[in-house]
Design a protein around this ligand. Structure first.
Ligand code: SF4
Length: 94
């Protein structure tokens, strides 16, 4: 049996204990490509992903999850990996 493609953040959560907020994620029915920019990703595609996150009711929980788990890839809570690096554990804390 196959299951549909899930966005990167959601795909990853399926392999871990699924938090409650996952059920309300705006990206539940979208493909993972949108949330994992590559060097070939167009700025318009990046904006599209961030727009989904901007309207997501669980964006704070999503970003907290990414920071707590030191996610180095993907857009979580509307924040790119590059932008998250500035929020990681300066001196051991966020
Ligand atoms: S903030 Fe973005 S990546 Fe996170 S659950 Fe919502 S839509 Fe998905």
């Amino acid at each position: 049996m196959t299951r549909p493609n899930l966005p990167g953040p959601i795909e990853k959560l399926l392999h871990a204990a699924t938090p409650e907020w996952f059920q309300r994620a705006a990206c539940r029915d979208l493909g993972p490509e949108l949330f994992y920019p590559t060097p070939r990703t167009k700025p318009s595609e990046l904006r599209a992903a961030k727009q989904v996150c901007a309207e997501c009711p669980v964006s704070e929980e999503c970003l907290d999850y990414a920071l707590d788990n030191r996610e180095e890839r993907g857009i979580w809570g509307g924040v790119s990996p590059e932008s998250r690096k500035g929020r990681y554990w300066v001196g051991g804390t966020r």
